[in-house]
Structure formats: C-alpha cells, structure tokens
Design a protein around this ligand. Sequence first.
Ligand SMILES: [Zn+2]
Length: 363
Amino acid sequence: MSGSQKPTRRRLTICGQRIRAGQVCDLRLKMSETYTGDEIWVPVRVHRARKAGPRVFLTAAIHGDEINGLGIIREAMLRLGPELKAGTLICVPVVNMFGFEAGQRYTPDRRDLNRMFPGSPNGSLANRVANILFDEVVRKCDYGIDLHSAAEGRTNFPNVRGDLNVPGVRTLAESFGCELIVHGRGPEGSLRYAACQAGCPTIILEAGEVAKIEPTVLQVGLRGIRNVLVQLGMMRGTVHRPAYQTRVQKKTWVRAAVGGLLRFHVAPGDLVEAGQPLATNESLFGDARSVLIAPSDAIVLGMATMPAVKPGEPVCHLAVPRKSLRSIRKALDAAADESIPHQLRRDMASQVTSVEYGHPDPD
Ligand SMILES: [Zn+2]
C-alpha cells in the first residue's frame, strides 16, 4: 500500500476527545436521543499505536440484527488491538443501536441505515445517525471494513465485496483472504459507496446469518482483519492466503417456481455444475412439485435457511467464479481437512437440512 499511505502523525479527535499516539480510548459516540431525551450512544474503542501509520475503521450492525460482525470486532479489539504496531484502529461494534436493541434490521423510522450515507445533520433520524458516524469516524480514516450478514431467513458463504476500481480496495479485498471477491460499487448511500467516494477505500464482509455469532464466521472475520492490518504494516505477522481466491463474474438467484417445502441438495460454499439439482420443492404430503437446477457451473454464495417458499422467493444465490470449478476443486482437495475452508463448509451445512438428490430421507 506504499504510495497511497498517509503515515504522518495527524491529530485525531473523536467525540471531542483527543487520542494521542500510544493511547487506547473507550469513547461514547452520541447518535440520537430517546423519547425521554436520554442520550443514545454507541461504544467506540480506538487503539492508536505509538508509530504513525494508516487509520482503519471497523463497523458492524449497521443492520441492527446482523451481529456476526459485532462478535468479530469484539475479538479484534481484544486480540488484535493490543498487538497494533503502527497506525490507528477505530472499532465500532454496533452502529445501529436502535436496531440492535430491538433485534431489527432497520432504524425506528423504518429506514435502511445502509442507504443513508454520508447522511445529513438536518435529515431524517437515520440520516442523522449516518452523518454522525461518517463525520466522526469515516472521514478521519484511510481504510474501512464494514461487516454484514445475510438478511433474515438466509445465510451467506463468507465473501468480500468492494469496488476494485477504487485505489486501495483491491489490496484490502485480496488480503482479507476470503475465497470469493464480489466486485461492485455497492448501492448508492451504502457506507462503502460513500466512504470510497470520500477517499476512504472500504470493503464489506458478507458472512453467515442474522441474530447469530457463528464460530467459524468469527474465525474467518478475525483472520481477515488481521490479514489486512498485516498487509497495511500495522501489525507483525504474515498474510494467510486462502486455498484459492477468485473474483465472482456473475451472481444469480435461483427462485422457487411453486409454493412448498424445500429439500436442499446443496449447502453454502458447495461447487455445483450446470444442470445439478439444488433443491426439490415438495408439497406438505412429500410429493415433489419441482426440482430447481443450477443454470451454470457455480459456487453456492448464499441460500435460504427458511425451507418454506412461495413462487418467486429466493432459494439459492449462485456465484459464477472466474476460475474453473476444476481448479477450485483441486485447490480445496489439497487443503487439510481441519483447515478453515472445510470447517466452514461443515459448519454452514449444519444450518440447512440437505440430502443427496434421489435419496429422499436424511441419514
Ligand atoms: Zn447488512
């Protein structure tokens, strides 16, 4: 990242408090107020190393029910923060405190906070929350990582997303170390879109389900953040590369043709070939009503965890990789059985009931 780094020792003030080199500060960032006028604030921990270096923010729970990222940031604060050798790490484990408290994705005004950035000080409730985070944290940083999970009723095989045309994003995305990288600017108003526009290259991790801190997702997230900090020269160590890494060329949702109950034949992260059955949609009496088929060679990027569907509802999110399935399979076969790629697939498969096609009963 040389060249794009701004390693001079800059003054850093958050929530009106100056953070000096070598300090660790726990701050309260006021985001809003309750009906009774009490303050609603979110905790922010800042680790600033003695040595100058990049400033990186970590955010999670912008969608209040996506708490895998909260678990990842908590571990990062405890385990990576003290090891910081250069630069500054700003951790915001819960951005949408309203949603987190209520176990909901949105803010109380039913807005998607992740479409409000950079926000405005005079706008709607969600707009103001977005603006406070943006001005107090994002604008003061050189890089950002925002952590997400799939929406309710679905799960995501961990993947990193970012606009690879923005300088700095590619290095973040590749060093994070997920198998799959999805290139795209992201929706307008999303934190990563607005942060990149403001000169702070930012990626997101999409991993796992809502309302859970999944052990292997936590491992993937923590390893990813460590990798990025090592890559940026903020921590000692080596960047751990995945068994393989590929850009996703195209994503498609395979949707239910009819209403019914799904019997899955695949699990998140599985490699599927064109024509392979993904799920059988059955009536409540167990009669097969339709079989959903993979339209092309792909990797299962996400899938429904809720097995009851109506016509048109999403069942399987498929990612078409740039690399061939053959080369990916070879790389995975070479990885040790207890390695993260295999552990991750085993853990994620346990979240859905999947049976081999043609064998109607699970073992
Ligand atoms: Zn999200």
